[in-house]
Design a protein around this ligand. Structure first.
Ligand SMILES: Nc1ncnc2c1ncn2[C@@H]1O[C@H](COP(=O)(O)OP(=O)(O)O)[C@@H](O)[C@H]1O
Ligand SMILES: O=P(O)(O)OC[C@H]1O[C@](O)(COP(=O)(O)O)[C@@H](O)[C@@H]1O
Ligand SMILES: [Mg+2]
Length: 485
């Protein structure tokens, strides 16, 4: 995608190294907007809650582990309802769009946006955009009401449909303007949030009273800043069924090997957590940790060892793992994401060839690819609650006039995160971190890394956190705008 965002983050500094990386507000570019008392004041469910409204100055720290003398660091605006709102119920004309790949919980988020707008704020005009970004300009809208969406959280997928590619900023904003839409809820991953950022900028350029609110979606958990993405918990849980099947198959055969491929194009979180949860996995391969097959310390040597020790083994491989081992095709999907070859199939073939032909050790290998089955299921109970709170936060933020934000959980608190922080880098498993060490110690697999690679990985991690700290600390105190180095 060629679109580049020029998102200018609002930064406020306080005492003791406190930095608020704030989100835009309608009043930043439209002065003298009328405000109204939040209707939740009169809502019997919420009016009795002490301090239900969030203080304008509440913020949530990005880092919670700090040292005695260290600066307080980056904070995000705390999500939640404010005393004043910037829309009357009759005025709200909202729309919802889902983009990118499927993820458990999409329907729950749609449901809860519609319900929150209606039951909390009395806003009844909500449109569904059909089939992702291109639906804004190429398809009819679908009216959404609490009744229409009432049961959708029990279904997988998205009732609105989704797509990759098709992001045409001008056509999308023209459509928003022509339809008189004033709240745009955009549910999607890193690509989608980049698209949302450019839509917000164009809306601001045109001076429109239109909110752009993002809700982060990624089954791969590859969105940075937030604690975890919705649907991830469901995916890890569902992956257990495939791993169990692989284990049963492997255990029942002489020299049985079960190979399970899980999603994770650039980030191996599903594979890592599914492995840690299962305890039946002997080896987990992820994109962040390169591996090799032959020779000392390689995968074949480890497989031979496990088969000798235990008679069977289970391998979990994330779809983006071992990319350097496969011949590159350089193909992309409509959104510009790399199209990957099937690492699971390739690995299974190579293992069979090695053991049956070269080692003359008869093995029985079963390859299970549950990827789309995992992604297509409805969200589990805890993801449903999470989706509900994310959707409610987005609606509170929009009604309070905040815009250009993604609603996300940071250290267990709901926040509004500026788009640029969500899109600037991808969340990846850090192989020099404790979690990957826990995994290595639970499977006892080789790290496949030499001393040199470990040092390089550590250096890269240090320079990344240095970059983050630099970016965080440099802010123009007068204008509150970020200064680029
Ligand atoms: N840099 C970008 N600028 C504008 N739109 C983008 C950008 N990257 C992706 N998109 C759009 O966002 C949508 C979803 O992106 P995609 O990468 O497929 O999924 P995800 O949002 O799940 O990462 C697509 O319609 C795509 O055209
Ligand atoms: O076949 P599709 O629809 O392109 O989806 C496959 C990809 O979707 C993902 O699940 C996640 O992609 P997004 O979060 O970018 O939508 C990847 O793990 C996977 O490679
Ligand atoms: Mg993506």
């Amino acid at each position: 995608m060629a679109n580049q965002s020029n998102f200018q983050m609002k930064v406020t500094e306080g005492n003791l190294g406190y930095v608020l990386q704030d989100v835009p507000h309608l009043t930043d570019y439209i002065p003298n907007l009328p405000t109204y008392p939040n209707p939740l004041r009169f809502n019997p469910a919420y009016s009795v809650v002490k301090q239900y409204f969030v203080d304008m100055d509440d913020s949530v720290p990005q880092k919670i582990v700090v040292h005695k003398d260290s600066p307080r660091g980056v904070h995000f605006r705390r999500a939640g309802p404010r005393q004043k709102v910037y829309f009357t119920p009759e005025e709200v004309n909202a729309c919802i769009v889902t983009c990118g790949g499927l993820c458990p919980g999409l329907n729950t988020v749609i449901r809860e946006i519609v319900h929150s707008l209606d039951y909390m704020y009395g806003a009844t005009k909500v449109l569904g955009i059909d089939g992702g970004y291109r639906g804004f300009y190429s398809k009819n809208t679908k009216p959404l009401s609490p009744k229409i969406v009432n049961d959708i959280h029990k279904r997988g997928g998205t009732i609105l449909g989704t797509s990759r590619g098709g992001h045409d900023t001008m056509k999308i904003v023209d459509s928003i303007q022509d339809r008189g839409i004033n709240q745009v809820y955009i549910i999607g991953g890193d690509g989608t949030q980049k698209g949302a950022a450019v839509i917000y900028e164009e809306i601001r350029k045109r001076g429109l009273k239109v909110i752009v609110a993002g809700i982060p979606k990624t089954i791969d958990n590859d969105i940075s800043v937030i604690d975890q993405s919705f649907g991830f918990d469901t995916a890890v849980e569902e992956a257990q069924r495939a791993i169990n099947a692989a284990h049963v198959e492997a255990e029942s055969a002489e020299n049985g090997i079960g190979v399970v491929k899980l999603m994770g194009r650039y980030s191996g979180f599903i594979a890592m957590y599914a492995t840690l949860a299962s305890r039946d996995v002997d080896c987990c391969l992820i994109p962040e940790s390169p591996f090799y097959l032959e020779g000392q310390g390689g995968l074949f040597e480890y497989i031979a060892k496990r088969l000798k020790e235990n008679g069977h083994m289970v391998i979990v491989v994330a779809e983006g793992a071992g990319e350097d081992l496969l011949s590159a095709k350089n193909e992309q999907d409509a959104s510009g994401n790399k199209l990957l070859q099937d690492i699971g199939l390739w690995l299974s073939r190579r293992i069979k060839e090695h053991f049956s032909k070269q080692q003359k050790l008869p093995i029985t290998l079963k390859y299970i690819d549950p990827t789309y089955m995992i992604r297509a299921i409805p969200s589990n109970a805890s993801d449903n609650v999470y989706c509900t709170l994310l959707a409610q936060s987005a609606v509170h933020g929009a009604m309070s006039g905040f815009t250009g934000f993604t609603s996300g959980l940071v250290n267990g608190r709901h926040t509004y995160i500026p788009f640029n922080r969500i899109t600037e880098q991808q969340n990846k498993v850090v192989i020099t971190d404790r979690m990957w060490a826990r995994l290595l110690s639970s499977t006892n697999q080789p790290s496949f890394l030499g001393r040199k690679q470990l040092d390089e990985a550590k250096k890269e991690q240090e320079s990344q956190s240095q970059l983050m700290d630099d970016a965080t600390n440099i802010a123009d105190a007068k204008t509150g705008n970020r200064i680029k180095k």
